[in-house]
Design a protein around this ligand. Structure first.
Ligand code: NAP
Ligand code: GDD
Length: 352
């Protein structure tokens, strides 16, 4: 671990990216603070490996209750933490769900970003400290714009989620230009891992095929198999977030692999690793179709390579492999518990 005196604050620390970023920054010697929203069950599973009881001295990961819909909590946390770097990752991040909950999605993703920017603006004015902020933008903002997409491609959002991310992006640009704040927009293409939420298509596939392979589930219901995504590995992408904030001047960057695959290709490869024929177990369920789809996302990451020296390390093949292996192991554990008499109830409503 490197020696460092910097403090980072991460919104959305309990999510996939938040957990990878927290690990990455702890390794660099940062003191990491995260904002956790209150839930009736524990939502910190992804942090279990790095979380230490704050009563013990030397804990470098500290969690605070707060919510992107609650500006006063954000302001209080800023005052308490006095961060050098802020990573705004909090979001209702599921595109399909954003059609069901458009107002809430806008409140968290668009207005939540604005609340944080306002809090940072006042904090910087009052304290004269330099605070750097990373805003989690998304390739979804490109939506229907033809591939490949780069920093100069005009946005054409196709969902309430994407519209909200576009608003967050332009709020961030405006605060950078109006108040001279150090803010970078990362425009990240899809990135996955064994910690990906189970209602996103990649994890839904690897989780279900693992269970079907071991006889724990019969069918996998999916929507559109034709859309194409530029899928990378989340562990690689959090480094790019950090690199953006280490530059001399704040700029926006596309982060992508430069390679796209269809959902069907992801299915094919996952099934091939498991020696299965997915056509026998996959069925179409229209509930997983979106009113407007994004057909093809393919990023051109030339600027990130040139200016940040960033390139992805994990290939598509290796990404699928690591997710399949992880989820087969999870299914094995479930099988062992089932055989020992443990009863797993079916999951609740799934919008994934
Ligand atoms: P994720 O796994 O869905 O995590 C989202 C995080 O936001 C979770 O910690 C969640 O808390 C938190 N959150 C949700 N609503 C909140 C609220 N009202 N107040 C405070 N926190 C809230 O998403 P991810 O994949 O890590 O993505 C991180 C960020 O990058 C998101 O902004 C996402 O939109 C964006 N992004 C992701 C990708 C991708 O491919 N993964 C690509 C481009 C952009 P809970 O754990 O309690 O739900
Ligand atoms: N979730 C899901 N579930 N998607 C399905 C399914 C299904 O059963 N069947 C087909 N798909 C298709 C979707 O229609 C979409 O075209 C593609 O699989 C990928 O869907 P998701 O994995 O849900 O991801 P996304 O591309 O919509 O959004 C993710 O990436 C964005 C970056 O481009 C999320 O992580 C967003 O938060 C992120 O901004």
């Amino acid at each position: 671990m490197e020696i460092n005196t910097k403090r980072a604050l991460i919104t959305g620390i309990t999510g996939q990216d938040g957990s990878f970023l927290a690990e990455f920054l702890l390794d660099k010697g940062y003191k990491v603070h995260g904002i956790v929203r209150r839930a009736s069950t524990f939502n910190t599973d992804r942090l279990d490996d790095i979380y230490a009881d704050p009563h013990e001295s030397g804990a470098n990961l500290l969690l605070h209750y707060g919510d992107s819909t609650d500006g006063s909590s954000l302001r209080r946390i800023l005052e308490r933490v006095q961060p050098d770097e802020i990573y705004n990752l909090a979001a209702q991040s599921h595109v399909r769900v954003s059609f069901d909950q458009p107002e809430y999605t806008a409140d968290v993703v668009a207005t939540g970003t604005l609340r944080l920017l306002e809090a940072v603006r006042d904090h910087v004015t009052n304290t004269k400290r330099e605070v750097r902020l990373y805003q989690a933008g998304s390739s979804e903002m490109f939506g229907a714009a033809p591939a490949p997409q780069n920093e100069n491609t005009p946005f054409y959002p196709r969902s309430p989620y994407a519209v909200s991310k576009v608003a967050g992006h332009w709020y961030a640009v405006n605060y950078r230009e109006s108040y001279g704040l150090f803010i970078c927009n990362g425009i990240l293409f899809n990135h996955e891992s064994h910690r990906r939420g189970e209602t996103f298509v990649t994890r839904k596939i690897t989780r279900a095929l693992g269970r079907i392979k071991l006889g724990l589930q019969e069918k996998l219901y999916l929507g559109n198999l034709d859309s194409r995504r530029d899928w990378g590995y989340a562990g690689d992408y959090v480094e790019a977030m950090w690199l953006m904030l280490q530059q001399r001047t704040p700029e926006d960057f596309v982060i992508a692999t430069g390679e796209s695959h269809s959902v069907e290709e992801f299915l094919n490869l996952s099934a091939e690793f498991l020696d299965m024929d997915w056509r026998k177990v996959v069925e179409l369920d229209p509930r997983y179709l979106r009113p407007t789809e994004v057909d093809h996302l393919l990023g051109d990451g030339t600027k990130a390579l040139t200016k940040l020296g960033w390139r992805p390390k994990v290939t598509f093949q290796n990404l699928v492999r690591l997710m399949v292996d992880h989820d087969l192991e999870l299914a094995r554990q479930e099988q062992t518990l089932t055989r020992a008499g443990h009863h797993f109830k079916p999951r609740g409503v799934s919008h994934g």
